[in-house]
Design a protein around this ligand. Sequence first.
Ligand code: AMP
Length: 114
Amino acid sequence: MNRTLFEKIAAREIPAQIIYEDDSVLAFRDIAPQAPVHILVIPRRPLARMAAAQPADQPLLGHLLLTAAKIAAQQGLDSSGYRLVINNGPDGGESVPHLHCHILGGRKMQWPPG
Ligand code: AMP
């Protein structure tokens, strides 16, 4: 089976600015930042997207979101605020089929999103 781009980043086969990792998740800076802070948090396991998640993935998904909040705080974004984004499928704007939560901060976000 083909491994995803993000699996290769987790395996250090493709370079990335990794800023956090533990047994189940990894965080690294987005290669094309859309805000002063733009970090992706991924599960090590290549769960493709939220639509593929199962009830058994609940602890992993909870850990992913709590880790995103912890990293946002470490980046100094708590008081200014930030946005967490998970794109799902073609209409959602997903381009890498390996679940990832975007942390976007350091500027005022717009609503509605494009
Ligand atoms: P999405 O469009 O939600 O699937 O997000 C995929 C994200 O991965 C985009 O924001 C890309 O800029 C980012 N990306 C693609 N390749 C790399 C890479 N090699 N290192 C870091 N981020 C990447």
